[in-house]
Design a protein around this ligand. Sequence first.
Ligand code: ATP
Length: 288
Amino acid sequence: MRDYFESRGFIEVHTPVIQAAGAEGGAVLFPLIYYKKEAFLRQSPQLYKQILMASGLDKVYEIGPAFRAEKFHTRRHVSEFLSLDFEIAWIDSEEDVMKVLEGLVHHSLKETKKECKTELDILNAKINVPEVPFRRLTYDDVLKLLLKRDIKIEWGNDLEDSQEKILGEIMEEKGVEWYFITKYPSKIKPFYIMMDGKISRGIDLDFKGMEIASGGQREHRHDILVKVMKEKGLDPHQFSFYLESFRYGMPTQGGIGFGVERMIQQLVGMDNIRETILFPRTPERLVP
Ligand code: ATP
């Protein structure tokens, strides 16, 4: 993945893990005492990588830990995971983000298949290198496909884990392992995603029925950003360090957050994401 970014002029960055505010506020953050103030472990490098788009670093990527205080007990959630993020400036739409993302997956799987034959044999894992461009399904397409299996989702609701899994089965029957879901309803996407009324420019990338990456085109206009924050119940004052960088002009921009362990889990067919991590962190597990 690094090869791919480096050969395309991306710059690797390291942004703070100790942060003053989360990307989406509240519930899923781990608080910590930072001298006499409250701070949090980062949920994602979202806000910092976006700020960098105002600095002339037009293409950045970061690979580092992200933390979620979710009390989930699922096969795809842990409290600490490795997040791969990229952000690019001067885009026309979320299509530009998807092009980088599918290129990244294609390149990394092709190289892994070539370089890691022995390891893949030991793990009994077979990599099918997906052709680009990946299939693009709109949110509405997904609703229709699931309806054919008698699964009715009300327009505007997010997909549940089990529904994502069935979609994965439907796509595998068509010989498709990797696919994008586009044109999500605005109300289920975070404030920093650009919205065209009820439909957002947010995208997800799924692999065999599991969400691996999420992102899209960002809102780069200061006043709209503030308005959407308020509508979503967030206090813009808490994000002033972020909003400041939008005040004097910000290029159009987009990017994604990518769960590295989730990709490995699906690639080698592990039941639980914990199997892919040396020392997993879960709500019950803090040692070793
Ligand atoms: P989900 O709906 O599956 O909980 P999310 O919408 O919270 O995921 P994002 O915040 O968009 O996920 O994070 C981007 C990516 O980071 C996800 O697509 C996933 O691959 C990964 N990720 C997010 N949360 C976790 C977690 N708790 N454990 C492992 N990977 C995660």
